[in-house]
Write a protein that binds this ligand. Structure first.
Ligand code: 2BA
Length: 110
């Protein structure tokens, strides 16, 4: 058995969960925050039989879109005496999905 940890954008989460549930995958949704953008994203825990690994990954790839997002980046102190920081806008491409796949030693339900 495998555990997929999929970090996706909030915009794609509802549709992705719907499609996974339609195909009888078990899904747990966590509300998470990206460390870089410090904005909300969604992490899904998906426990799957190894025989369905490709099927699950294909659904994630199909549903999750990459998007460009603007953020600001500090470039350091521009005026040390006044302690002022300057930042400039940067564009980052977020997602489709960041997926970690772990082998599961044991899976128990009580
Ligand atoms: P965030 O950390 O908010 O990152 C959002 C996007 O910002 C990233 O998209 C990437 O394009 C950009 N980015 C991240 N760190 C950067 C940096 N140091 N300099 C310049 N640009 C940077 P994705 O790579 O698609 O990541 C989307 C979200 O997936 C991340 O949100 C984070 O929540 C998660 N993630 C990505 N890689 C991860 C990793 N190795 N471990 C844990 N979580 C990860």
């Amino acid at each position: 058995m495998k555990l997929m940890i999929a970090i996706v954008q909030d915009e794609d989460a509802g549709k992705l969960i719907g499609e996974l549930m339609d195909q009888n995958f078990g899904v747990t949704k966590l509300a998470t925050t990206g460390g870089f953008l410090k904005s909300g994203n969604t992490t899904l825990l998906i426990g799957i039989d190894e025989s369905r690994y490709d099927e699950c990954l294909a659904i994630i790839e199909k549903v999750c879109k990459s998007r460009k997002q603007m953020t600001t980046s500090p470039v350091g102190m521009s005026n040390v005496s006044s302690g002022m920081y300057t930042s400039y806008p940067i564009e980052v491409t977020v997602g489709g999905a960041t997926v970690f796949v772990l082998s599961v030693d044991q899976f128990v339900k009580f």
